[in-house]
Design a protein. Structure first.
Length: 448
């Protein structure tokens, strides 16, 4: 059951070549951060290209509940009149973050050092996900949290009245945890220091700097050490949200597996903390090129051109690359099914605590469609059937997880029999135009 309505079963089947241009929506990570940081400024932040997926819309609603004036001007153009660092109002009601782990964890961080109380909840997926990874470091600032067993939502946070700055070594590779601590550090006096052993996406650091915070990063023996000076005055910005590499992954991977395809996906950020999938695909022998490489808003950007690649080979994905492609393993496993030989993915324990247990969800669905998958707690392997040999024909559970639903629909685009997902509803959380965009390229994907 999808949280935002009845299940939407969808089916994809083999189609002719995919061709044309895929203009994917704005980056989800940057969209959440634009709204939250905009709400923590004095003045009006303007945003273009905001992802209008349900996850981000839930964050927009939450920022209104904390007192910011958030306005939708149409066509991805938004503005946020912020309340300043430390200026959040106490929400009248429960903050419903829907399906979004990023939304809830970042917002918890942002409110944790303000003298207000807020209760957070979400859908069945979000209410099953671990929150102690965020509330443990927030407790060091003086924030109290009371939730359900195992640190699950619904959960109430009582913000610290007299926050103290913290030094925190993040125990799991998580940009959400790092970002929650940094956002909490904004309203603590003095310097908050966060150390991450593995580099994760650095949008929060880059954007805090853009908003005028004093923040620096250096490599140490312990890892990447980020130091933020608290209680800055953040300056309202204009933000052009780049297109989302995690969404680009779907038309790119579809083009690689559907015979005869040639698809252009323009304007995709290739920030090294996000672009691991594209490196991996190229190592597998994918015909994936970067055209018109340029720098936009301080980030490397290129137009991705993906063509049908019948001779891809399975590889061992370096575990140190995991953080830079953590959301892309489900769709990589689909490409691996069409490659020859084994693809080995290690160091991916975090996949088990996403919107679903993504190793388990993909393993079940791939096996049902005739693909051999082996798994352990923090690794899995997919043995490729090779092009033309993926059976398909099964119904897969999307488990309230947008990326699982889209991955199986890509699987069905070149399999011998159609692939069905029980609920495509979650796709709207991150890629609301997935169905028309893929159809426009020539895919056969539809609601049943
Ligand atoms: C995100 C961080 C990642 C990622 C998620 C977005 C972010 O989660 O999976 O989709 O915007 O910070 P983790 O921090 O749990 O790795």
């Amino acid at each position: 059951m999808s949280s935002h309505g009845d299940p939407i079963p969808m089916t994809s089947s083999a189609c002719g070549p995919l061709s044309g241009t895929a203009n994917v929506p704005g980056d989800k990570s940057i969209s959440h951060r634009s709204l939250i940081l905009g709400a923590m400024c004095v003045g009006e932040t303007t945003i273009t290209g905001l992802l209008e997926g349900q996850d981000v819309l839930d964050t927009a609603k939450a920022m209104r509940a904390f007192g910011a004036e958030v306005t939708d001007h149409g066509g991805g153009s938004w503005s946020v009149r912020g309340v300043g660092v430390g200026g959040f109002a106490e929400p009248d009601n429960v903050i419903d973050c829907g399906n979004s782990g990023t939304g809830v964890r970042l917002i918890m961080g942002a409110m944790a050092t303000q003298p207000i109380t807020a209760t957070f909840s979400g859908d069945a997926s979000l209410n099953g996900r671990p929150m102690a990874r965020v509330t443990d470091p927030l407790a060091l600032f003086g924030t109290q949290a009371v939730g359900r067993a195992g640190g699950r939502l619904p959960m109430t946070l009582v913000g610290a009245r007299e926050p103290v700055p913290v030094r925190y070594v993040v125990p799991v590779p998580s940009a959400q945890v790092k970002s929650a601590v940094l956002l909490a550090g904004l309203n603590a006096p003095g310097q908050t220091v966060v150390i991450e052993q593995e580099a994760t996406r650095d949008h929060t650091e880059r954007m805090l700097e853009g908003f005028g915070a004093e923040i620096s990063t250096r490599e140490t023996d312990e890892g990447r050490e980020i130091t933020l000076t608290g209680q800055p005055e953040l300056n309202a910005q204009h933000i052009e949200v780049p297109r989302d590499p995690s969404s680009a992954a779907f038309p790119v991977c579809a083009a690689l597996v559907v015979p005869g395809s040639d698809v252009l996906v323009p304007g995709i950020g290739l920030n090294p903390t996000r672009a691991g999938l594209f490196t991996t695909l190229r190592e597998m022998g994918a015909d994936l090129t970067y055209e018109n490489e340029r720098t936009e808003g301080g980030e490397p950007v290129a137009d991705l051109r993906a063509r049908f690649s019948p001779d891809m080979q399975g590889i061992e994905v370096p575990p140190e690359r995991a953080a830079s492609m953590i959301d892309e393993y489900p769709v990589l496993s689909v490409v691996a099914a069409y490659a020859k030989g084994q693809t080995v993915m290690r160091g991916v324990r975090e996949l088990r605590v996403k919107e679903s247990d993504r190793i388990d969800a993909m393993a079940k669905g791939l096996r049902a469609n005739g693909i051999t998958v082996d798994e352990g707690e923090d690794w899995w392997t997919v043995t490729g059937a090779g092009h033309g040999n993926v059976a398909g024909g099964a119904i897969c559970a999307s488990e309230l997880d947008h990326r699982i639903a889209m991955s199986f629909l890509i699987l069905g685009m070149a399999s011998n029999a159609p692939v069905r997902v029980d609920d495509g509803g979650p796709i709207a959380t991150s890629f609301p135009i997935f169905e028309p965009l893929m159809t426009e390229l020539g895919a056969s994907v539809a609601r049943d």
